[in-house]
Design a binder for this molecule. Structure first.
Ligand SMILES: Nc1ncnc2c1ncn2[C@@H]1O[C@H](COP(=O)(O)OS(=O)(=O)O)[C@@H](OP(=O)(O)O)[C@H]1O
Ligand SMILES: Nc1ncnc2c1ncn2[C@@H]1O[C@H](COP(=O)(O)OP(=O)(O)O)[C@@H](O)[C@H]1O
Length: 413
């Protein structure tokens, strides 16, 4: 298929909307959802991978959207709305219960009455690609909570993950109403579980964050209480820099993103420095000759070490083809007192080339891209990697688990 030359890079929120539209989950047309009123356009992700075409006929997929790991990415749970609706065609009364906040005992107790009489129950968990704010209960945890609620119901209940953009919405997405989306998933009525919370419980939830400091204040005299709070909240954790190196298409971003999501879910704060994204911002305008690559990798190492100096975990995923550049990143990380983990994503060139998500290998083979790593520019395989993962034989969850274990061991956790 020939693609429109006009392109639009979608933000994480807009990727959610595209997934919603392609799966039949949007009551609004895709163009309206994405606020597009021009001519045909190719929609891409931040890495310039063409994902879909948007024209008068609506949105049509070109390539599957990249997926990540965690329960909210389980294909069995994150099903297109059209599939979910088709599976419920015989049901007369389908109630959709939106689970977008951790349910308290009050709502969990109210749930059987809320769904009473329904032939089928959908527990809809909105999951945004956006990283939740630190300390918030994120999508993976909400999916697990919804699953536990579903298991306790007498009537058959399905947990369905809905790619609903982060709170507030983007563009016309603000006009997406809960009931309209729920209806696209086959619901005959919809409700939000947190709306079944009584006033006393709402008040207790609002005060939760200050309970601990209140207790400290009651236990200790001022100014001792202030010291106790300060010591407990100081960034005591050691930071880390994880550098994933490998050929284009080897799986660096996919693994780094999935690992970031998992660590965020565990309450560890991560910062992702993806190769392609860094080149849109920090290294805009740099080329791919050796000197430019070394400079690019050094910049990444510098920013990563700043993040790690303050207890953060920086996940960097550039090709970083030269041993000298990788050694410089190690040096910067160690000078910042951070742990350093070098991950070689060793997927063979033939596999990366066969994947060719962005069509760059084909262009490099035709001589249209000079200095292309693996084709016309060297990749020095590391001999000092802490972890080696070949994604042609290791799936994303296993690759994530291997890197996570190496990271925790480097942190002494
Ligand atoms: N000549 C050439 N060689 C290699 N890669 C190229 C080239 N031109 C563009 N691209 C795209 O740029 C991404 C690699 O950028 P990096 O910053 O990771 O490279 S480096 O570390 O500075 O070597 C790489 O992205 P990933 O596929 O995510 O690795 C490519 O999409
Ligand atoms: N086990 C796997 N781990 C990571 N990526 C995989 C795996 N299997 C298939 N892929 C696919 O390979 C491609 C890797 O692309 P990407 O993560 O952008 O690589 P890089 O960042 O190294 O260029 C993605 O399309 C991804 O879905």
């Amino acid at each position: 298929m020939s693609l429109p030359t006009a392109t639009r890079v979608l933000s994480p929120d807009e990727l959610d909307l595209l997934e919603l539209a392609l799966g039949g989950g949007s009551p609004l047309p895709a163009a309206r959802l994405l606020g597009h009123d021009g001519g045909p356009v190719t929609l891409t992700d931040a890495e310039n991978t063409p994902l879909a075409v948007l024209d008068d006929g609506g949105a049509r997929p070109v390539k599957p959207l990249a997926r990540a790991a965690g329960p909210h990415w389980e294909p069995a749970l994150r099903r297109p709305a059209d599939d979910v609706r088709a599976g419920l065609a015989a049901a007369r009364d389908v109630v959709a219960v939106v689970v977008d906040e951790p349910p308290t005992r009050a709502e969990a107790g109210a749930l059987p009455a809320v769904v009473a009489g329904a032939d089928a129950v959908l527990l809809l968990v909105p999951a945004a690609r956006h990283t939740p704010r630190p300390g918030a209960v994120g999508a993976p945890a909400l999916v697990r909570a919804a699953q536990a609620l579903a298991d306790r119901l007498d009537v058959t209940a399905h947990v369905v993950v809905v790619p609903w953009p982060a709170a507030g919405g983007v563009g016309a997405a603000g006009a997406l109403d809960r009931d309209g989306v729920a209806a696209r998933y086959g619901a005959t009525r919809a409700t939000r579980l947190a709306d079944h919370r009584d006033a006393a419980t709402r008040d207790r939830v609002a005060r939760l964050a200050t309970l601990w400091t209140d207790e400290v204040a009651a236990l200790y005299p001022e100014p001792v209480a202030r010291e106790v709070v300060r010591a407990a909240t100081a960034a005591s954790r050691r930071g880390a820099v994880v550098l994933l190196t490998g050929l284009s298409g080897s799986g660096k971003s996919t693994v780094a993103r999935a690992l970031a999501a998992e660590l965020d879910d565990e309450g560890l704060h991560t910062t992702l420095l993806d190769g392609d994204e860094v080149r849109h911002h920090l290294s805009k305008g740099l080329g791919f000759d050796r000197a430019s690559r070394e400079l690019n990798v050094e910049r990444i190492g510098y920013v990563a070490s700043l993040v790690a100096r303050h207890g953060g975990i920086a996940l960097a995923a550039p090709i970083a083809p030269f041993a000298s550049g990788r050694a410089r990143v190690r040096e910067l990380a160690e000078a910042a007192g951070a742990a350093f983990v070098l991950v070689h994503v060793s997927t063979p060139l033939e596999v990366c080339e066969a994947r060719d998500r962005k069509g760059l290998y084909a262009r490099a083979r035709r001589g249209e891209i000079p200095d292309f790593t693996g084709i016309s520019s060297p990749y020095e395989a590391p001999d000092d990697a802490d972890v080696v993962v070949d994604t042609s034989v290791t799936d994303v969850p296993d690759a994530v688990a291997t890197v996570r274990a190496a990271l925790l061991s480097a942190l002494g956790a």
